[in-house]
Design a protein around this ligand. Structure first.
Ligand SMILES: NC(=O)c1ccc[n+]([C@@H]2O[C@H](COP(=O)([O-])OP(=O)(O)OC[C@H]3O[C@@H](n4cnc5c(N)ncnc54)[C@H](O)[C@@H]3O)[C@@H](O)[C@H]2O)c1
Length: 465
């Protein structure tokens, strides 16, 4: 039914026509059974947006949402665990977007159940942005589906096996309910990489033999953490410094490295079947000798293997003073390519005749549009025109592939994709029931320290007490 409603990009007439054709939301819901018609109660063309997780990326995603140009859109509710984060985000967004914001004090929500209130403030068919640390993604996504909301969620979407299985199921439920879901693997919306992918599919590199990704720089974000101060709980400390703790983020491995892993796998149209990896904690204290209490390795080196034997190598390092390399490459029987020339995706992407990428390219990309904006333009257009749009499955698969490399390094074992997906180590059980004052899923052990990975000691667990 929805497919017949709109074939053009002029969303306003098509949304009105949809309501006329179906007699409104109630009639359409009955007619379509479980499928939810992607229109707003009252027939308004205004899309309302709620932001859950008002940090750096959440604020950026809200700015992208409010910068879409296909019809009226407004930020109407905000939720965060912490007041300082919400206020800073609100103040920053207000500088540029005050005409597209209507977030009074009673639609600013704080605490672990703030997400529910923010989503309750929306109407079915509106959009919620999920940009907390990834541990909470399935909890928030589940509630969004129950409220019939379209969703933009950031990567990684999962960090362990049990959450990955839940998210795959939720992704299917979202499609069945005709909800649109974008996942923030923005490389997929970067036109130079879309063009490179297209050229590789048309055989310009021949058969892919090997792919390489590198993200190596000094400590970034909350890569490492010193002991928790007395005036904050373990839970609050770890959520605020989520890159340091595996339950919250998958560690810096998942958070930092997923982009290269994802876009390289995309170039091959496949996910690897297994990974083996090396890694270690070289610096266990800061310069003053105070111990780091995070769970990350300083270095990771992963060899991924695809079903046909093709290899993909990924090296990650957070070490001050070592060589900085942050780029990705594809090598084939007929030539080679630079995918990300710098950082997670930045171009120009290029193709070379031989294996030496220091020669003159035979093709180089010219597009310079912003993939963070592109992904939002596509999502909002899909919502307005009621087109199928769901990036969850590939978001989960990219997350599992990242976790497989991380687990291989942390255990010192070869880990297959299926082992990772089916691994029963649930890092943070019952996060949907989290209340103020609860303990963190990662409390100090008998030695007063958080557990860290020890390769070779336990083939089934990345850390244990
Ligand atoms: N696609 C990209 O290039 C990109 C870039 C940066 C971050 N990200 C992703 O975005 C997510 C957020 O990263 P960030 O850098 O914005 O971190 P951040 O710490 O700046 O923001 C996270 C926000 O979520 C809040 N929060 C935490 N738990 C919450 C909960 N249960 N309920 C409500 N609010 C909660 C925090 O207080 C914080 O304000 C991560 O998954 C990260 O990987 C993606």
């Amino acid at each position: 039914m929805a497919k017949n409603m709109s074939t053009d990009n002029n969303e306003n007439p098509s949304r009105r026509q949809f309501l006329q054709a179906t007699g409104g939301v109630a009639a359409a819901t009955v007619l379509s059974g479980f499928t939810f018609p992607n229109v707003h109660a009252g027939g308004s063309d205004l899309i309302q947006v709620a932001l859950v997780g008002c940090g750096g990326r959440g604020s950026g995603a809200a700015a992208n949402a409010l910068s879409t140009k296909t019809g009226p859109i407004k930020l109407v509710a905000m939720a965060d665990a912490f007041e300082d984060r919400l206020s800073a985000s609100y103040d920053n967004l207000s500088k540029t977007f005050s005409d597209r914001m209507d977030v009074p004090a009673d639609r600013k929500f704080l605490g672990w159940d703030a997400y529910k209130h923010a989503m309750d403030a929306l109407r079915p068919g509106d959009i919620v942005i999920l940009t907390t640390p990834p541990a909470f993604r399935w909890v928030h996504f589940q509630y969004a589906i129950s409220k019939k909301l379209n969703v933009f969620m950031e990567k990684p979407v999962t960090v362990d096996g049990p959450a990955s299985k839940k998210m795959l199921k939720l992704g299917e439920e979202a499609s069945a309910a005709n909800l649109k879901v974008g996942v923030g693997l923005m490389s997929r919306h970067y036109k130079p990489l879309i063009e490179l992918h297209d050229r590789i599919q048309h055989g310009q590199l021949g058969e892919i033999l090997v792919m390489r990704g590198y993200r190596m720089h000094g400590p970034a974000g909350f890569f490492n953490s010193l002991p928790k101060p007395d005036n904050i709980s373990h839970l609050d400390y770890q959520v605020r410094r989520f890159h340091s703790f595996l339950w919250a983020s998958g560690g810096n491995f998942n958070d930092f490295y997923i982009h290269h892993i994802d876009h390289l796998c995309w170039m091959k149209n496949a996910w690897p079947v297994q990974a083996q990896a090396l890694g270690g904690r070289h610096y266990k204290t800061n310069a003053e000798g105070i111990p780091f209490v995070d769970q990350n390795f300083d270095t990771y080196s992963v060899e991924y293997t695809f079903e046909d034997g093709t290899k993909m190598y990924f090296d990650g390092r957070c070490v001050e003073g070592a060589e900085g390399i942050y780029s990705s490459y594809v090598h084939g029987t007929k030539g080679s390519a630079i995918a990300a020339r710098a950082n997670d995706y930045n171009g120009p992407a290029a193709i070379y005749k031989g294996q030496n990428t220091n020669t003159k390219p035979v093709w180089q990309s010219t597009d310079n549009t912003n993939p963070y904006q592109n992904e939002w333009d596509s999502l909002v257009l899909a919502v307005r025109n009621d087109k199928p749009y769901n990036e969850v499955k590939r978001g989960v698969e990219a997350s599992v592939t990242s976790s497989m490399g991380r687990m291989a390094a942390h255990t010192g074992q070869v880990i297959t994709f299926d082992q990772m997906l089916n691994c029963d180590h649930e890092f943070a059980p019952n996060l949907d029931q989290l209340k103020q004052g609860d303990d963190s899923p990662l409390m100090p052990g008998a030695n007063g320290r958080y557990p860290v990975p020890q390769p070779g000691m336990n083939p089934k667990r990345e850390y244990w007490y």
